[in-house]
Design a protein around this ligand. Structure first.
Ligand code: Z5A
Length: 210
């Protein structure tokens, strides 16, 4: 059986990942694929508990290194218990954020050296990488304004504009390094236009995979 298709969605604050996840899922299902949707950090019982700590621990000071290791601890669990088994069964795995987020947030945002992240990536993932990554890109100000209505910002959402500029730059640098895998979507456009761009990319990539 052919290994399933592994697709990830990435983007900065307020880029619209949650909004477009359902569109991508529906689009893929219409091609007859069995699609499972998951997220990082999270996707398993342990991963969701780690997520809770990483996003909402208010009374603990978490260092950048510990944050990085926790991301990968959640990822190891997620890969072994959920992602790999689903891919082996030929399912399409649609994941809301993955290791590109680590390079962007812990690398770009927090300043953890790339080599350290790369080391963990190889250790935890072996040679498994997403087949396609949709990077929803918006100017930081637009994204922050869209996300601004949230009542209780999490640990990341409390960061300032400069942090998110570094995150955005790290994402765009990654897309420039790997243009085949990481496809940039202009998420600053209207919803329907963003959907059109996504559908075009999916069409192209799935056609090429046949
Ligand atoms: N993180 C990390 O640091 N390292 C890692 O390795 C991983 C994650 C895996 C949790 O992520 C945090 O974990 C994340 C990075 C860190 N922190 N941050 N920031 P998350 O993905 O769960 O949380 P999030 O980034 O806040 O994403 P979100 O809640 O899914 O929101 P979103 O994707 O940014 O946007 P949205 O909710 O779909 O849209 C926001 C609003 O904009 C909403 O009202 C929409 O209706 C509106 N919207 C969206 N698109 C449009 C367009 N085109 N026009 C107009 N309005 C729009």
């Amino acid at each position: 059986m052919q290994r399933g298709f592994f697709i990830t969605l990435e983007g900065g604050e307020g880029a619209g990942k949650s909004t477009h996840l359902a569109f991508v899922q529906k689009w893929l299902q219409q091609t007859g694929r069995k699609v499972v949707v998951t997220r990082e950090p999270g996707g398993t019982e342990l991963g969701e508990r780690i997520r809770e700590l990483l996003l909402h621990a208010r009374d603990i000071d978490i260092s950048s290194e510990s944050e990085l290791l926790l991301m990968f601890a959640a990822r190891a669990e997620h890969l072994n218990k959920f992602i790999k088994p689903a891919l082996e069964k030929g399912k399409t795995v649609l994941c809301d954020r993955f290791t590109d987020a680590t390079y962007a947030y812990q690398g770009g945002g927090r300043g953890v050296p790339r080599e350290r992240i790369a080391l963990l990536e190889t250790w935890v993932q072996g040679d498994l990488r997403p087949d396609l990554t949709l990077l929803l890109d918006v100017p930081v100000e637009v994204g922050l304004e869209r996300a601004g209505n949230r009542s209780a910002p999490d640990r990341f959402e409390r960061e300032d504009g400069e942090f998110f500029q570094r995150v955005r730059k790290a994402y765009l640098d990654a897309a420039a390094r790997e243009p085949e895998r990481i496809r940039v979507v202009d998420a600053g456009q209207k919803l329907e236009q963003v959907e059109q761009q996504i559908a075009k990319i999916l069409q192209e990539v799935i056609h090429a995979r046949k």
